[in-house]
Design a protein around this ligand. Sequence first.
Ligand SMILES: Nc1ncnc2c1ncn2[C@@H]1O[C@H](COP(=O)(O)OP(=O)(O)OP(=O)(O)O)[C@@H](O)[C@H]1O
Ligand SMILES: [Mg+2]
Length: 315
Amino acid sequence: MSRIYEALKRADDERETPPGLEDDRVVELASDNRVLKWTSDYRFEESPAPKSNFVFEQVTKHSWSPSAVSLPTLADRGAGVEQFRSLRSRVYQARYESPLKTLLISSGMPSEGKSFVAANLAMSLARNSMNNILLIDGDLRRPTLHSLLGAPNVPGLSEYLSGTAELNSIMQRDEIPETNPIRSVTSVSNLTLIPAGKCGDNSSELVANHRIDERIASLSPHFDWIQTDSPPVLAVTDAVELARASDGVLLVVRGGTTPFDVAQRTQATFKSSRIIGFVLNDVKDRPRTGSYYYYYGGPESSGKSNRGEEPRSHE
Ligand SMILES: Nc1ncnc2c1ncn2[C@@H]1O[C@H](COP(=O)(O)OP(=O)(O)OP(=O)(O)O)[C@@H](O)[C@H]1O
Ligand SMILES: [Mg+2]
């Protein structure tokens, strides 16, 4: 019996089929020969796991001070929360259609909202379930995620790629305060951050030369989602390198700002990657209701099943 067949059979035996998924495939083979099992709690499990010296329990904890202004998903309700819930659903749907765990957030130009979308989508995913989310700041030139989460930026990816920090030491999680109930409402214990670290002039070389795809692959078995923020792809090539380490790319365009031809060129730049769709960010055509975020599925999602259901909500 082949290894793949054994894995398929084992997955069939072990799974408890989620309602509504009885007729669907529960196992898919990723392009790099990982066997991905769609579990009863809507996660992909991998077998066999690549080697990694990462120890989840050793991740450093810091008391984060997340920015409520920049993270509308910290609130219980509101337009921002709803729009990111909707985006989250579309991402789950894309995962259902084809294996998707590592997601790159990118855009063509600066300030279109990549970091804003990356942080809020990660927060939305983390608050929705007990899935383990890894958020990586892959923008070594203009790191932002640490400031949105109110977390330290060093040591980070830059230190790791230049060999001055171990993998375990650049990962951090929020210290959940036992004595501060207000803070604990905005704390997420299942979100892990790799900040960008201290930036130098050599960020492109660091990203290009150090097989970042292998490092991310080694962390993959420990997380349910891995999301990477990136610099603008029409300005520097880092995002194309990072896309190679990702199963899919989510592109951000900013309402009233991003020219159409920039969006087209951005899409063309990622022609070798699976583009999950575009986020139309910061649409201001409904002034009294604040900022809106719309998601348009790419060609991958059109006309296909709408059954990428979410895990049970903890929100
Ligand atoms: N939908 C939104 N509503 C309100 N403010 C937003 C929205 N999207 C982005 N911003 C703000 O716009 C600014 C730029 O956003 P952000 O840093 O996410 O862009 P970026 O694409 O990551 O930029 P860079 O290319 O420099 O990394 C930030 O101050 C952010 O808080
Ligand atoms: Mg950014």
